[in-house]
Design a binder for this molecule. Structure first.
Ligand SMILES: Cc1cc2nc3c(=O)[nH]c(=O)nc-3n(C[C@H](O)[C@H](O)[C@H](O)COP(=O)(O)OP(=O)(O)OC[C@H]3O[C@@H](n4cnc5c(N)ncnc54)[C@H](O)[C@@H]3O)c2cc1C
Length: 293
């Protein structure tokens, strides 16, 4: 009999109960999941998946979308916002919106998870996996991690940050976080609390694209997108750090839509940050990325 390898042993289906529902922002909710006595083997940065077929409330909608798209709706991935040393498992989900004339189909699962999931509800999740993690010997490779995130892209970085602050005492972190408005910033209080608790190990800088006067929220709140100038300021020694970038990038749907229109897909957050990091001279092997479509 062949022995399952470490990965297949780690990936399993779990029935979990929603122990708490925390509204992080108008469109973003953290689901705190109670997993019974199961030992949870996951790394900070890993994700789990949720199959939409398990929800009776979505049954008709799922079938309708499957008919329209001509294929089975796949499970959706959600990074853990909890860290492995914490007691509960948690995911943080941002609701996708349907924008008439822009979005091809209404989003299936995220509206249910953010707006219609209540304490006591049971879910089946499959976990845990993903390549977007800190290598165990990270402290011998660098003393500086730069997190560059947009929107719900902060979720795996928040987990890695909490884990590293607790377990890699020589690592210092710079957390550069892009959102539209101040009210959209998830984990805002928790990031501030961590920065106060670790003043010499964590710097948090926000970059807001749609606030007229972001300076009113504090000196660490900048205006605009995360661009080359801000990254140059945040990464004074580009050759020595590790950079973890997570947020929206060009999806295959964007590529198809651009091809149909006879144009090139426009770079999104991920592509533009990766180009800036290259221009700054951060070595390619020191840049880790996670793509949220
Ligand atoms: C590794 C990973 C980790 C992630 N972690 C998180 C997380 O921590 N938090 C979080 O909020 N999100 C996370 N995501 C995103 C998440 O998995 C979902 O993509 C998101 O919640 C949207 O799912 P949905 O079912 O609501 O929308 P979907 O139904 O998937 O629709 C999303 C968009 O895709 C378009 N679309 C869907 N199918 C088609 C098609 N056939 N043709 C053209 N367009 C189509 C829709 O029109 C819509 O604009 C992660 C994604 C990945 C890959």
């Amino acid at each position: 009999m062949t022995q399952p390898d470490a990965t297949s042993r780690r990936i399993k289906e779990l029935e979990v109960m929603v122990a708490d529902v925390v509204v992080e922002a108008p469109d973003t909710t953290t689901l705190v999941l109670f997993t019974g006595n199961d030992r949870l083997e996951y790394k900070a940065g890993h994700f789990l998946t949720v199959d939409p077929h398990q929800f009776e409330a979505l049954e008709r909608f799922t079938s309708f979308l499957e008919d329209l798209k001509g294929k089975r709706e796949p499970p959706r991935a959600y990074s853990m916002s909890s860290a492995p040393h914490e007691r509960y498992l948690a995911v943080t989900v941002k609701e996708e919106r349907y924008v008439s004339g822009t979005t091809k189909f209404p989003p299936l699962l995220s509206p249910l998870l953010t707006k219609r999931t209540t304490r006591g509800m049971k879910l089946v999740v499959t976990g845990f996996t993903g390549p977007y993690t800190l290598p165990p010997d990270i402290s011998s490779r660098t003393d500086r991690i730069v997190h560059v995130c947009a929107g719900s892209g902060s979720v795996p970085n928040f987990s890695m940050l909490k884990f590293a602050l607790a377990n890699h005492p020589t690592l210092r972190h710079t957390f550069v976080y892009s959102n539209k408005m101040w009210a959209d910033v998830i984990f805002r209080d928790e990031l501030e609390r961590l920065a106060l608790a670790h003043p010499d190990r964590l710097t948090v800088v926000h970059s807001l694209t749609r606030e007229e006067n972001p300076g009113v929220f504090g000196p660490a709140v900048r205006k605009g997108r995360i661009g080359l100038a801000l990254l140059r300021e945040m990464i004074p020694q580009p050759e020595d750090c590790y950079v973890y970038v997570c947020g929206p990038g060009i999806s295959k749907f964007d590529v198809d839509a651009a091809r149909e229109a006879g144009t090139e897909p426009q770079p999104r957050f991920l592509e533009s940050v990766l180009a800036d990091l290259k221009a700054l001279g951060v070595p390619k092997e020191r840049i880790k990325r996670e793509f949220y479509g």
